[in-house]
Every structure is written in structure tokens, then in C-alpha cells.
Design a protein around this ligand. Structure first.
Ligand code: ADP
Ligand code: MG
Length: 222
């Protein structure tokens, strides 16, 4: 599902460099990415999502070589095929919760907002326990509630690939396992793949595999 080969990436400023010889994630696999702050975990997710492109090497998602596509293609691909749960959630405060969840359908012609989609949005809100918050704005929610909204928005198009950047970081211990289980349950319906950055040792046994980025800072490959 994900294949990175011979990647070299650098930001225009600063001296951070990410080199990955090979990273493969097969369809349906649930992979956790761990490593210290600044080791490049968020950079990796952004490369997979096509938000960033490498200097050298290739990034493929399914049979699409992301880095070889235009900005417009990468954006549409990301909105329709990838569910990205951002570290800072990326919710829009001028929209209420319901409109945040539906937002990808409003900004991309590649997704069609039908009554079926609206019903699925409601179901997801029920699963995530936020039905009483649909008319609130993100600033009126707790961190944990915002996270759940971000998860609903990412899951709504039924993506085959979920990228999560510390998605359960702000949830209390009981809720975080529950949310992870809901995410897994939802993913199982369409054999989705998960690449999730986490700092949470307790969650690691729930994943199929762990990729450790700590070696990167020492110049090793994970
Ligand atoms: P992590 O998610 O593992 O904490 P990041 O991938 O966010 O790490 O960042 C890796 C390194 O790249 C850090 O040293 C960070 O300061 C640097 N970095 C991140 N974003 C930028 C940017 N836009 N420009 C320059 N350097 C950046
Ligand atoms: Mg990060």
C-alpha cells in the first residue's frame, strides 16, 4: 500500500535531512511510527500524503507514484484516498463540527456530498460520541472532542489509507483505547491501512508493527 524507496528529503531552510532506503507497508497493515521529537515522523507522513515531495527517490501509495504527480492531482488524491488526522487537528473554527466533518466534500469536486454521505457522517458522530456537539465550533470543544471530530472527518470518505499524527495524544487512557478500537473497526470495513505516529507505549501492542525513527538522528535506517 505504501512504498518509499531511496528517499532523500530536506526542507528549504534548516539542516534536517531525512533519508529512507526502503519502507514498505502492506495493505491492511497497522503500523506505528515512534521516535523522539524532531526525528522526522511528521515529515514522513507529509511525504506519504504528498504534502511534501522528496528531493530524490519515490513515494507510492497503492499504484500511484505520488511524487511524480502534479500539485492538483496530489491534493485531490489526498482528499479522496487518504484520511489524514493532523497533529493539530486542522479544524476550521468558522465552521461548526458537522460542517468540519463534511468539509472535504465541499472543497473537492472529486467527492460528492450525497444524502448517503450525510447519513454516514451522522453514524460516525454517534460512534465517536459527539452527536451532541455537531452545532458547536471547534473552539467550544475539549482537545479530546476536537480529536474525535478530526477522526470523523478523516474517516468519512472511507479512505484505504489513514495517516494519523499522534491522533490519540490528548485523550484520557480509557478514551484513547476506545477511539483506537473504533478507528480499527471502521478501517476493517474496507481493509484500510494505518500509519500512525504515536508517543504512547501502551498503544503499541495494538499495532501489527512498529517503525522506530530514533536511529535516524544517528544516521541509521529504521
Ligand atoms: P517529528 O514529527 O518527529 O517531531 P518533524 O518531522 O516535525 O519531526 O521535524 C523533523 C525536523 O525537521 C525537525 O528538526 C524540525 O525542526 C524540522 N522541520 C520541520 N518542519 C520544517 C520546515 N517547514 N522547515 C524547516 N525545518 C523543518
Ligand atoms: Mg511530529
Amino acid at each position: 500500500m505504501i512504498r518509499l524507496s531511496d528517499i532523500s528529503f530536506r526542507y528549504p531552510s534548516g539542516n534536517f535531512q531525512l533519508g529512507i532506503q526502503e519502507l514498505l507497508v502492506t495493505a491492511g497493515e497497522k503500523v506505528a511510527v515512534i521516535g523522539p521529537s524532531g526525528s522526522g515522523k511528521t515529515t514522513l507522513l507529509n511525504l506519504v500524503a504528498g504534502i511534501l515531495t522528496p528531493e530524490k527517490g519515490s513515494v507510492s501509495v497503492g499504484d500511484v507514484e505520488i511524487n511524480a504527480q502534479s500539485d492538483t492531482f496530489r491534493r485531490d488524491f489526498r482528499i479522496t484516498k487518504i484520511g489524514f488526522i493532523f497533529q493539530d487537528f486542522g479544524l476550521l473554527d468558522y465552521l461548526d463540527v458537522q460542517d468540519n466533518i463534511l468539509h472535504p466534500y465541499r472543497i473537492s469536486g472529486a467527492l460528492q456530498l450525497t444524502s448517503d454521505v450525510r447519513n454516514r457522517a451522522k453514524e460516525l458522530a454517534v460512534q465517536m460520541g459527539i452527536t451532541d456537539k455537531l452545532r458547536r465550533h471547534p473552539s467550544e470543544l475539549s482537545q479530546g472532542e476536537r480529536q474525535r471530530v478530526a477522526i470523523c472527518r478523516a474517516m468519512l470518505p472511507g479512505p484505504k489509507l489513514i495517516l494519523a499524527d499522534e491522533a490519540t495524544g490528548n485523550l484520557d487512557p480509557k478514551n484513547k483505547v476506545r477511539i483506537l478500537e473504533l478507528l480499527f473497526e471502521n478501517m476493517a470495513h474496507h481493509n484500510a491501512t494505518l500509519l500512525a505516529v504515536t508517543h504512547d507505549q501502551e498503544l503499541l501492542p495494538h499495532f501489527d508493527r512498529v517503525v522506530d525513527f530514533s536511529g535516524f538522528l544517528r544516521g541509521e535506517n529504521p
